[in-house]
Design a binder for this molecule. Structure first.
Ligand code: 4AD
Ligand code: MG
Length: 456
């Protein structure tokens, strides 16, 4: 069995002078007549391990990127940069790596690296991103489990458009010609006897479960055929969606704030080397900003207030600002970066720009919605208190022209023991962008699916 480099680093005292076998890939190496050094990485941690060997005893020919197995003795080096080195007694070349290997020494741009998604995780940056991604996913489950939430697996194939925005990918087993000939009718003889799609959100199903378990969450892939070719939109992305019964918009925001702070804390504790790397090479000052966020309250303003701020800013925005308009990225960033310089909840949006399920406020013009905006990214969370009154919900759906008969199950939740309830969706990739300072969503998801791109 080979030993993981991370395990040795963490338990260095147990490995003092022990003989182990380590396997990994050669990042760099240098040899002189009497001594050779190899930086080896096995993916278990950010930092490489150093292998020291005598080229006279071990006459091995190495290349950057080749895979090797090393038998050696662990020597703790508490005063050096690395916690230990491996004094090799045997090195075996497993897979050689020719000079056509694209990751030779020089640094590549993130954009260039996207052209080889199967190789790019071997770089320090992407290696750190995907380890962080794994740790943050764990942290999210831990957060909800500690608070007694039940994890629900909501389906990926669905017949409902949760957001009502018509941005769904159709799922069909029909030959393309059948759709061409019969149009929409063709779906009646399709696999599900109706038109099916990839889900844009697990919320509607999560609501049903929240009306039994009170606190639930779902965490899975979601899909949007949204024609936005930006640095923060993906066609396939992951969403974390808690849903709570007996909770209003304020409880919802409190949960979101606690969750974001919890994730930041865990990222710094569980991925310290990765976070330090991002701070040094991706976004200067990242760590101190994140630390200050943990200890301060998030801002809370209404949409109406946000519009006032934007109108008084004296800025020339590309998209004109008036009450009733949707907030664009430039507006969101102005508010969170220029005005408050910290995370900001914007609440109580005009009803006409939000989804049908949001609870109507007494003013008749706004709904109990909340978006969380953060510096550098913009919106990372969208949530709301849900409309729990059957009559109000029915009127709303009809006025929006939704096919009411398709939402019978959803309406039942308002008929049988209806209660106040609320939830939100966190864009997992956007959270990772915020944590790492990485500017493009394509660099925080293993294989990005974006407008016009499904490579790899
Ligand atoms: O604001 P959204 O559309 O909210 C919902 O889907 C609700 N049903 C969630 C709920 O209340 N349970 O999406 C939630 C979050 C956004 O704030 C954003 O972070 C992320 O999902 N998101 C995207 N991330 C990447 N690419 C896209 N195309 C995204 N669309 C939304
Ligand atoms: Mg939103």
């Amino acid at each position: 069995m080979t030993e993981s480099i991370n395990n040795i680093a963490i338990n260095i005292n147990d490995f003092d002078n022990k003989s182990v076998t380590v396997a990994g890939w050669v990042r760099t190496f240098r040899t002189s007549k009497s001594v050779g050094f190899i930086e080896i990485n096995d993916g278990s941690r950010m930092k490489n391990a150093q292998v020291v060997f005598n080229p006279l005893d071990i006459p091995i020919k190495l290349n950057t990127g080749c895979s090797i197995k090393v038998l050696g003795v662990i020597k703790p080096t508490p005063n050096a940069k690395q916690p230990f080195e491996i004094q090799a007694t045997k090195i075996e070349l497993l897979g050689d790596c020719p000079s056509s290997y694209p990751l030779q020494k020089k640094r590549h741009s993130l954009e260039f690296l996207r052209s080889m998604p199967h190789i790019r995780m071997r770089t320090n940056t992407l290696g750190a991103v995907f380890r962080l991604r794994s740790i943050v996913a764990f942290s999210i489950h831990k957060f909800f489990m500690e608070r007694g939430f039940v994890h629900v697996h909501t389906p990926i194939i669905t017949a409902n458009d949760c957001e009502g925005a018509g941005e769904m990918f159709t799922v069909t087993a029909l030959p393309i010609d059948a759709i061409k000939e019969s149009g929409y009718e063709a779906f009646q003889s399709d696999f599900f006897n109706t038109r099916a799609s990839l889900t844009v959100s697990g919320q509607l199903d999560a609501e049903a479960f929240a009306l039994n378990y009170a606190k639930v969450y779902t965490f899975g892939p979601t899909f949007r055929a949204e024609k936005s070719n930006t640095a923060r939109h993906a066609a396939e992305f992951w969403m974390v969606e808690p849903e709570m019964a007996f909770a209003d918009l304020h409880d919802d925001m409190q949960l979101a704030e606690d969750m974001v702070k919890y994730i930041i804390t865990d990222a710094m504790e569980m991925a310290p080397d990765e976070m330090e790397f991002f701070d040094r090479f991706i976004q200067e000052g990242l760590l101190s900003r994140l630390k200050s966020i943990i200890s301060s309250d998030f801002e809370r303003i209404t949409y109406t207030k946000a519009i006032e701020i934007l109108l008084q800013s004296g800025c020339e925005f590309e998209y004109a600002v008036e009450w009733g308009c949707d907030l664009q990225t430039e507006h969101e960033r102005y508010i969170t970066e220029q005005v408050f310089n910290k995370p900001v909840f914007v609440t109580d949006y005009p009803k006409d720009i939000k989804a049908f399920y949001m609870r109507a406020n007494d003013d008749g013009a706004t709904v109990a919605a909340m978006d969380l905006l953060v510096p550098g990214v913009g919106e990372i969370i969208g949530g709301s208190q849900r409309e729990e009154r059957e009559d109000v919900l029915l009127d709303k759906m009809k006025s929006m022209g939704l096919p009411v008969d398709k939402y019978e199950a959803y309406l039942d939740l308002r008929r049988f023991g209806s209660v106040e309830h609320a939830g939100f969706g966190l864009g997992f990739e956007r959270m990772l962008m915020y944590l790492s300072g990485i500017k493009n969503i394509r660099d925080v998801i293993p294989l990005p699916r974006t407008l016009g791109n499904i490579d790899g």
